[in-house]
Design a protein around this ligand. Structure first.
Ligand code: SAM
Length: 278
């Protein structure tokens, strides 16, 4: 349960150095509030409820200079993913060492995602998976402990547990109060990606990110809410975004839905600028 979850008292206390050793600032005097070594850049992308990590493994070579973290509440799943990332990094290191001593040309990963059997990969990928990590956390409670205001450029919520029964809806990771937190940690222009195979949950997502006609008061005004801070991307924008393809085809859950010929409902929202106070 939660009392066994570790979390920093603030983002400035978070020790990321062991998660991204390749990105630790070479200056050892640069430390954060808990005395941990600082990184050369901030973590920018979060996969909420990342499961076995297919999204991050797929995104890692596409965004090799961007630090990404998957957050997952289940211990066994998190342990699997941590060793998966560790194995991918070691494999890349071995391939790089071999390339340095060999005169043969080495195959290069195309920036394409690797597959389930990725640990058997023989290609060198941009970023070498040094830019992804995973943390055990309950994102419903601790997201602002890890990320500062406007720190993130992307949040992914892929195939969230549907919690079908109405009395379980409060367990959904899309809600008015959680969306306020997502808006807080996302920077203006940042994107929040969602995908589900449950059509009713897709409509729930749309209702919770966008104002609905029935919210309008008699005087024509709409109550302020986190919905003021999001706008939905068009289909053309989704087509042009390679992250959407990874989300649709590379997460473990999306592969399951593909195998079962299920439908996938995608909605991506842009974090608008903060309103100006007059
Ligand atoms: N996103 C992955 C994918 O597309 O393959 C996994 C989807 S799975 C249906 C949902 C995941 O969210 C599970 O692994 C579950 O343990 C995790 N999860 C549920 N609630 C969570 C929470 N509050 N914090 C972190 N992870 C959570």
């Amino acid at each position: 349960s939660d009392h066994r979850l570790e979390y920093p008292i603030s983002p400035a206390h978070m020790d990321w150095s062991s998660h991204y050793p390749a990105f630790v600032d070479p200056d050892p005097t640069k430390t954060n509030l808990s005395g941990a070594r600082k990184l050369t850049k901030d973590v920018e992308v979060v996969d909420i409820g990342c499961g076995f990590g297919g999204l991050m493994v797929g995104l890692a070579p596409l965004l090799p200079d961007t630090l990404m973290v998957g957050m997952e509440i289940r211990t066994s799943v998190l342990e699997y993913l941590s060793s998966r990332i560790h194995a991918l990094r070691s494999q890349q290191q071995r391939l790089k060492n071999r390339a340095e001593t060999s005169t043969e040309p080495q195959p290069e990963g195309e920036g394409a995602p690797v597959n389930d059997d990725d640990v058997g990969t023989t290609k060198i990928y941009p970023g070498n998976f040094e830019n992804i990590t995973a943390i055990r956390s309950n994102t419903m409670k601790f997201l602002p402990n890890f990320f500062a205001h406007h720190q993130l450029s992307k949040i992914f919520i892929c195939f969230p547990d549907p919690h079908f029964k109405a009395r379980k809806h409060k367990a959904r990771i899309v809600s008015e109060s959680l969306n306020t937190e997502y808006a807080y940690v996302l920077r203006p222009g940042g994107l929040l990606y969602t995908i589900t195979d449950v059509e009713e949950y897709h409509h729930w997502v749309l209702r919770h990110f966008l104002h609905q006609p029935e919210e309008q008061r008699e005087d024509g005004t709409i109550p302020d809410s986190s919905k003021d801070l999001f706008e939905r991307l068009s289909d053309e924008e989704l087509e042009a975004d390679p992250c959407v393809r990874v989300m649709k085809y590379e997460t473990e859950e999306s592969k399951k839905v593909t195998r079962n010929n299920g439908k996938k409902f995608v909605a991506v929202f842009r974090r608008k600028a903060d309103p100006e106070w007059s």
